[in-house]
Write a protein that binds this ligand. Sequence first.
Ligand code: ZN
Length: 256
Amino acid sequence: MRLRQRYLTRNDCYRAGRHIQVQGVMVHSTGANNPRVARYVPGDDEIGRNTGGNHWDRPGVGKCVHAFIGRFADGGVGVVQTLPWDRRGWHAGKGARGTANNTHIGFEICEDGLDDPVYFQAAYREAVELTAMLCREFGLDPLADGVIICHAEGHKRGLASNHGDVLHWFPKFGKDMDAFRADVARELEGGEDMTQEQFDAMMDNYLARRGRLPADPWAEAPLRAAIQGRITDGTRPLSFATRQEVALMVHAATKA
Ligand SMILES: [Zn+2]
């Protein structure tokens, strides 16, 4: 996850400064075709800059979320946190039974034309990782009833205004909120299956750390003899020997 922090300190919601006991996370999407985070935050060189003056870091906007997921200046997808996590946000509106603003962190995924699987996958992935991070931080169970919900689900529960997000988008790419909750739970359990590349990197790291360990005490005398006989240079005593290193050692030993 690529997470940056730019609080919208001029937004009236930020200024209201109320706090909540975080009990869940509400997933939104913006409902407008503009995947750039800088549409909503003033931004900078990394995030991109808002040039339209229509960002949310100003008085009178009347809404505010805790984070936006969307494209940064380099075209890659990332997360910008815009409110402290435990500040009361203005994202859910009112439902028949109240508002999730009092209980839930809310973030927006910036929509594109809802037709690009590559952008969807990248934004969805950031949303999974962000939600998993928040579950860890606030001790939330992503599979428990009502904890991780989207705006549309919040409306059904009487806790949000009548919006359809994100159920007009996720199903176009084979996802729904049950899949999202399951993906968050999987992420919390240690992420997706490891790739060969990740394994290779970890193996290299493991071997490098092993190579820096000192020899066991029982091996010190024979190791000294082997160094004197030029069979080994004495480095990396706890590293594994490759077959070519063994061949070199045997060759040196027969000449010694
Ligand atoms: Zn929404």
